[in-house]
Design a protein. Structure first.
Length: 260
């Protein structure tokens, strides 16, 4: 789809949304979306915070705990040491009301590690967040598995430390949060190229569904990270979505705290 056609489609959906039945009940929202941004790209994350604030929203950021350290090594083609922010940045975003959560110690696929070593890396990440992120409360936090790769054993270990874990989960759409003590949250991601068209299609399909909680695992803006979204598209997407009356856009941990 060409860019001009793509923007036109977005505008058309915005116009048609009320006619397609995207109306809320009086009591609750039927649809919830979390845009969950991984890794810790300083430029993108600071810009994403500004974009969310433009529409009265809070952003959901998940940080590699050692990403700012001098010995941090490049991961694949997308996570580069020179792109990463530090905990001064993350504390600043937290002070602005955005959600900052753990996304591993060093971005390894933990299912490919010795299980005991993988558990130690999870614990090390949580300890570091507890010591360096102001206001961090493990009992209210979400551990976002790198590569969304986990096992039941690793899930259960992480859930002794945090309230929820995010991985591929068992289905594309999660139930709306309820009064459960622990959660395994599924998400969807796409890459490595630009995600604008994929995200547009997924969002529109979700809005036309009966509802639930859809978590999009995203990364950076424009040319940063695996499967980035463009700044222009994401801004226009949020501008449209805040007008959908039965939809709430909310970070994962805040959703659990608000409704769980």
């Amino acid at each position: 789809m060409k860019r001009r056609q793509f923007i036109k489609t977005s505008a058309t959906v915005a116009t048609l949304a009320p006619a397609l039945g995207f109306r809320p009940s009086q009591a609750t929202k039927t649809h919830m979306i979390t845009f969950s941004f991984d890794d810790g790209f300083k430029k993108s994350f600071l810009q994403l915070a500004d974009i969310h604030e433009e529409f009265g929203l809070k952003a959901c950021f998940n940080i590699i705990a050692s990403g700012h350290m001098p010995d941090f090594q490049q991961v694949d083609d997308w996570i580069l040491p020179e792109l990463m922010g530090d905990f001064d940045d993350w504390n600043s975003l937290g002070a602005r009301g955005h959600e900052v959560m753990p996304h591993s110690w060093q971005h390894l696929n933990l299912t490919r590690q010795d299980p005991d070593e993988a558990k130690k890396l999870i614990s090390k990440c949580i300890v570091y967040f507890n010591e360096h992120l102001r206001g961090f409360d493990p009992s209210k936090s979400v551990f976002n598995f790198p590569f969304n790769a986990s096992t039941p054993e690793l899930d259960q270990h992480a859930l002794t430390l945090v309230r929820a874990v995010r991985n591929w989960g068992n289905g594309e759409i999660n139930p709306l949060p309820s009064k459960k003590s622990k959660y395994i949250l599924g998400c969807r991601s796409n890459g490595p190229g630009n995600n604008d068209v994929w995200l547009e299609e997924k969002v529109n399909t979700f809005l036309a569904s009966d509802g639930g909680w859809l978590i999009f695992n995203l990364h950076g803006l424009d040319d940063e990270g695996w499967g980035p979204v463009s700044t222009t598209y994401f801004t226009t997407l949020l501008e449209r979505l805040v007008q959908v009356k039965n939809l709430e856009i909310i970070p994962a941990g805040m959703a659990l705290e608000k409704y769980g």
